[in-house]
Design a protein around this ligand. Structure first.
Ligand code: SAM
Length: 262
């Protein structure tokens, strides 16, 4: 099994340089419209928000710009270092924690109004543990927004002659192993690290959330846009998979609530 924490530590500075993610609005993944367009979060001023798997801190900063009191967690020390630097540059007051998001004993139950986790859950082996933890940490009525790459991205491949199946539909979750390569840049390289992630269907995630006690409030497969705040990766996908990037959802977003809608 790949040592994911070590891999994220190795690529952290390179990841931040290649994928130039905006801090102007909350992003939901490559080629997805940001929250300035989707308006899922609404007025979060004064609310307690938790970003699970915050990476370089861009979404945590965007939440803070919207007036939320933000806590952000990632298990990679190097990602948190990048996030702290960016938060300082942006004058954003964020509480950062280095921790695995499937167990967060340092954070109190029923203490957040909002939890977001963007492009993280596919990397988690035990996604149910993360959903149980998010449920515990949310106040009653609190909301969770989860997004990641759409499973179609892993079962289709675009070659010069068209779109082909490269893998089966994930009727059951499929584990994928791969290596992420980054070229030379001013902060060293080239760097290459081993990763694994899980391809799961959107209903799989919804049912796991329901089993953890959540009510599903919203499911989106946004139409890809070249104006996504997740820059860098969006351009790579458009260049390498132009047909897929125009015609298929690249990400999915699930909105859920702790407790029933009143
Ligand atoms: C693709 S990045 C996404 C970062 C950020 N959410 C964003 O959208 O810009 C995935 C992040 O999840 C973190 N991560 C992966 N597994 C984790 C775990 N079990 N606990 C905490 N963080 C984790 C990685 O360190 C990495 O920073």
């Amino acid at each position: 099994m790949a040592n994911l924490k070590r891999s994220w530590n190795e690529i952290a500075p390179h990841y931040g340089r290649r994928y130039r993610i905006s801090t102007a609005t909350v992003h939901y993944g490559p080629l997805s419209p940001g929250d300035d367009k989707l308006r899922l979060l609404g007025d979060i001023s004064g609310l307690g928000a938790l970003d699970l798997g915050c990476g370089g801190g861009q979404n945590a900063i965007a939440l803070s710009r919207m007036g939320a009191h933000v806590t952000a967690v990632d298990f990679s020390v190097r990602q948190i270092e990048e996030a702290r630097l960016l938060a300082e540059k942006n004058d954003a007051d964020i509480k950062f924690h280095v921790a695995d998001i499937d167990q967060l004993p340092a954070l109190k139950s029923d203490s957040f109004d909002l939890v977001i986790s963007v492009c993280v859950i596919a990397f988690i082996r035990n996604e149910r543990a993360v959903f149980n933890e998010a449920f515990r940490l949310l106040k009653p009525g609190g909301r969770l927004f989860l997004s990641d790459m759409h499973p179609l991205q892993y079962i289709l491949d675009e070659k010069r002659r068209g779109v082909e199946f490269s893998s089966a539909y994930p009727f059951e979750p499929i584990r994928m192993r791969w290596r992420w390569e980054f070229g030379n840049d001013s902060r060293g390289g080239p760097v290459e690290a081993g990763f694994e992630h899980y391809v799961r269907s959107v209903p799989h995630y919804c049912n796991a959330l329901i089993d953890s006690g959540f009510t599903i409030a919203r499911i989106l497969e946004p139409k890809p846009t070249s104006r996504s705040p997740h820059r860098g990766f969006s351009e790579e996908i458009m260049r390498e998979y132009p047909y897929i990037a125009r015609h298929l959802p690249i990400t999915f977003i699930i909105g859920a609530r702790k407790g029933r809608k009143t």
